[in-house]
Design a protein around this ligand. Structure first.
Ligand code: UD1
Ligand code: UDP
Length: 356
């Protein structure tokens, strides 16, 4: 059975690292890299250190406006699908690569597998919310990480082909945490002591593309007077420079890091301050308090369980949470058993037989 998997952005490489090694035992999987992320530290590093198979196709689409990027991907992915004629196209998450891959497949009547289906922020101004809603509605097999995600799909009338398997990022963390401890030297390289720094990431469009929001975030990080390690996404570097924002000496800006370094930083941070989707979950898996600089989250379980707090782009709330957010509640198992990739295999193998 042949599966063409579309990848393009950093979190998708990390999800594929958890899934593709297992899938190689069952399927002929061909990876297509759209080129949405292309810097070595946003792309190559993950393929090198996580043993992700080499993509057979590199589309080299690069950056651009949403329409230009998605349109160019659609054109090129269609050509690949005409050549490969796969049984399925698999897409992850909610990026422009996700919607381009699912739409190209759907138009060619190739069944679409959506991994991490059913997530909703209920904020349609987010490009990710548009991408995930559209992808869910043209997918044939929808692998949901949580019961909440399954409920969202049901509320939109989608029940056929939905399988609750857990979160592939949880599979990834379970597999790579020990490897990260053994292989990553990032604490030594940066001269950091475990438990004595905050880890921060910022890249969400709603935060970077607003002078007001990014100024408030930088002011909050400056004002907390804690050591903040900030692996800076290229999008954010560009906006901080363009807006002329000044970072305090307590903020340690570094280039984006590989996953093993990231997991070591996450697991030894005092707290994590982020607007990332994946990092909110990783903080939860690792038991590190998470302060989320967004007004809403898809990962509501982490908030309900008390380990994640939403502070928006509000300077005072950011500072307050950095000083006083100290969760102690027992973490529950919302995200499966760490075998999400394995649980996806049978529904895919049985798909035609069952005629879902
Ligand atoms: C994209 C996804 C977002 C995901 C994030 C993961 C969409 C709409 N957004 O956001 O859901 O959370 O990836 O990190 O698909 N750039 C570089 N080098 C790179 C990649 C990007 O310099 O290798 C810069 C370019 O200036 C580019 C900007 O970052 O215009 C934004 O990149 P883009 O892929 O459009 O969006 P992300 O913010 O990365
Ligand atoms: N990540 C990484 N290096 C970094 C920043 C993030 O390896 O410098 C990893 C992080 O551990 C998580 C994933 O990238 O697994 C999250 O991606 P990102 O925050 O870019 O996107 P999102 O999850 O918000 O879509």
């Amino acid at each position: 059975m042949k599966i063409v998997t579309i990848l393009g952005a950093r979190p998708q490489f990390i999800k594929a690292a958890a899934v593709s090694s297992l899938f190689s035992r069952y399927f002929d999987e061909i990876l297509v890299h759209t080129g949405q992320h292309y810097d070595a530290n946003m792309s190559d590093v993950f393929f090198e250190e996580l043993n992700i198979p080499n993509p057979k196709y590199h589309l080299n689409i690069g950056s651009g406006s949403h329409g230009a990027m998605t349109g160019a991907m659609l054109t090129e992915i269609e050509k690949v699908l005409e050549i490969e004629k796969p049984d399925f196209v698999l897409v992850y998450g909610d990026t422009n690569s996700t919607i381009a891959g699912s739409l190209a497949a759907s138009k060619l009547l190739i069944p679409v597998i959506h991994v991490e289906a059913g997530l909703r922020s209920f904020n349609k101004a987010m490009p990710e919310e548009q991408n995930r809603i559209l992808t869910d509605h043209i997918s044939d097999l929808l692998f949901v990480p949580t019961q909440t995600a399954a409920d969202h799909l049901k509320n939109e009338g989608i029940t056929k082909g939905v399988h609750l398997v857990g979160d592939v990022m949880y599979d990834g963390i379970l597999h790579f945490t020990k490897i990260a401890q053994e292989k990553s030297n990032i604490l030594e390289e940066l001269n950091l002591n475990a438990g004595e720094f905050l880890l921060c990431t910022i890249h969400r469009a709603e935060n970077t593309n607003s002078l007001e929001r990014l100024t408030a975030i930088v002011s909050g990080l400056n004002a907390c007077k804690e050591l903040v390690v900030l692996p800076l996404h290229p999008r954010t570097l560009k906006y901080i420079t363009d807006y002329g924002l000044k970072l305090a000496d307590t903020i340690r800006v570094i280039e984006p890091v590989g996953y093993l370094d990231m997991v070591r930083l996450e697991s030894t941070a005092k707290k994590i301050v982020t607007d990332s989707g994946g990092i909110q979950k990783e903080a939860f898996f690792l038991g590190i308090p998470c302060i989320t600089m967004r007004d809403e989250t898809e990962w509501v379980e982490t908030v309900h369980n008390g380990w994640n707090i939403l502070v928006g782009a509000n300077e005072a709330k950011i500072v307050d949470a950095i000083r006083s957010f100290n969760p102690t509640s027992e973490r529950k198992t919302y995200f499966g058993e760490g075998n999400a990739s394995q649980l996806m295999v049978d529904p895919i193998l049985n798909y035609k037989k069952e005629g879902i």
